[in-house]
Design a protein around this ligand. Structure first.
Ligand code: 4AD
Ligand code: MG
Length: 477
């Protein structure tokens, strides 16, 4: 089958040349004008049919959602709204679509409704734009790392290690759960399971990325991660994709610089390569904002927010400074925070993160040097004995988008911290080996892919930026 994608046709100079197109009918007006979309671009192409040339019964099958193939001539359009159109010579129905049953009509559907028909929502302008941009972001991430000398490492999805502590894990088993083998003390005997041990879906590829970084210097993972937390929020998924670079001979400052450069590079690529899709989402948001009360409207439009993010340095402050700002903030004094900030050591909730980013600094913020008690065992201990060399990046409208740290490379300090946090040292021999054999300062971070897509598309719910979202109570498709 030979066809030209509509995205290519739109770049052609119309001169009556014959082309073949295939796509789905978006509208069919006046028995004459078909708006065809093939997903290669936001734009439809106008097809003009001369009803006298075609069988009436054939034209009746040109319904919204039907898949068709046409051969015709590309000419300049006299009508307003498009530069070119195709005068049809041949028309074939590839797949009928019963208009009485088809759930997508040429009108605005709510995002909630579209979520309930996620198998069809790709066909709407909004989701077409989102998933073309999602692709562009993924591609730009690989491009950034490749250009900067990083190697793409595939960390395992099924893991035999559950020490990361990043979240609750999903078990992977092939045991018969109705009647599992038991040990002498009546526990389930995972020694008889598929892998001869207990296994789970990974919550992060970091520990494995560290092993690779301590040989290849600069690596990154980009894969699915799984968390069995009961977080029913517009920012959490049970299955999400994470980008985790890990760099040898790097400290916390280089880690921040890398994360900021990556985010800016990716956003610039989307501005450069997806102008139409971004403009569509931008205008969609502007319309949406008009329905909100004045004081709840966002101050900048989507495209302005993206540009602002690229053009300004991210604010860098320590956890300790952030606590001071929050403690003295109006919402804290007036008791407006659900979790009031009274003393140093408190974990920051998303209401605090969003206050810092959206109200106080009004720009992305990198928070560093958190109390060690609220962070993971592998983070490098600072000389003050209280904090670790951690960093989180907070984005407007999103909250935490990146979490990372310099890693503890000193064997004795790492072992001590693991014991304090009840992490079984004997099971982590492979991780500790890197600290025994040529250990070196190193750092890395995790960037939540869907949170980044949320920011770039301006959508409000993370379930709308992944094709098939997994969350508590839902694993459709
Ligand atoms: O902060 P997290 O838990 O960090 C780690 O997993 C480290 N091992 C990363 C590293 O240092 N290599 O997760 C990293 C990021 C968060 O900042 C957030 O953007 C995203 O992953 N994230 C989620 N995104 C969607 N749904 C969830 N349930 C998420 N949990 C974390
Ligand atoms: Mg985190």
């Amino acid at each position: 089958m030979q066809r030209i994608p509509i995205s290519d046709v739109l770049k052609m100079v119309p001169s009556g040349q014959q082309i073949t197109l295939m796509g789905w009918v978006r509208t069919f007006r006046s028995n004459r004008f078909i708006a065809l979309n093939d997903g290669s671009s936001l734009h439809n192409l106008q097809l003009v049919v001369d009803f006298e040339k075609f069988d009436e019964n054939l034209l009746k099958r040109v319904t919204v959602g039907a898949a068709i193939s046409v051969k015709g001539n590309l000419v300049e359009s006299l009508g307003s709204g498009q530069a070119q159109e195709v005068h049809c010579e041949q028309l074939e129905i590839l797949g009928d679509c019963d208009p009485g049953e088809y759930p997508l009509q040429p009108k605005k559907h709510s995002l909630e409704f579209l979520r309930s028909i996620a198998h069809l929502r790709f066909r709407t302008n909004t989701f077409g734009a989102i998933f073309r941009i999602r692709h562009q972001i993924a591609f730009a991430i690989h491009e950034f790392f490749h250009q900067n000398g990083f190697f793409y490492i595939h960390s395992p999805i099924i893991t035999g290690s559950d020490a990361e502590g990043a979240g609750e894990m999903f078990r992977v088993t092939s045991l018969n759960l109705e009647n599992p083998p038991r040990t002498e003390d009546a526990q389930i005997d995972y020694g008889k399971d598929f892998f001869g041990k207990s296994t789970h879906l990974t919550v992060s590829g970091q520990l494995e990325a560290e092993l690779a970084a301590l040989a290849l210097s600069k690596v990154y993972t980009f894969g699915p991660t799984f968390r069995a937390e009961n977080s029913n929020t517009p920012r959490h998924l049970a299955e999400f994709w994470m980008i985790e670079p890990e760099v040898a001979f790097a400290d916390l400052k280089s880690n921040m610089d890398l994360a900021e450069a990556l985010l800016k590079f990716v956003i610039q690529k989307v501005l450069d390569h997806c102008p139409d899709d971004l403009k569509f989402l931008n205008d969609r948001e502007v319309d949406e904002e008009k329905t909100k009360p004045q004081n709840e409207r966002s101050e900048m439009s989507l495209i302005d927010r993206l540009k602002f993010c690229i053009e300004n340095n991210f604010e860098r402050i320590s956890y300790t400074e952030a606590i001071e700002i929050l403690r003295n903030s109006n919402p804290n004094k007036k008791g407006k925070f659900q979790y009031p900030i009274d003393k140093w050591g408190a974990d920051l909730q998303s209401e605090h993160e969003r206050f810092l980013v959206e109200k106080h600094f009004k720009k992305p913020v990198i928070l560093s040097d958190y109390p060690k008690d609220i962070k993971a065992f592998y983070m490098r201990q600072n000389d003050d004995g209280k904090t670790v060399a951690a960093m989180d990046i907070l984005f407007p409208g999103i909250g935490e988008i990146v979490g990372g740290s310099q890693r503890e490379e000193r064997l004795s300090l790492l072992e001590k911290r693991m014991s304090e946090m009840h992490i079984p040292l004997e099971e982590m021999g492979w991780y500790l080996d890197t600290r025994k054999y040529g250990s070196c300062p190193h750092a890395g971070f995790g960037l939540g892919f869907e949170r980044l897509v949320l920011f770039v598309t301006g959508m409000n719910n993370i379930r709308d930026v992944i094709p098939f979202p997994r969350f508590p109570g839902n694993a459709e498709y």
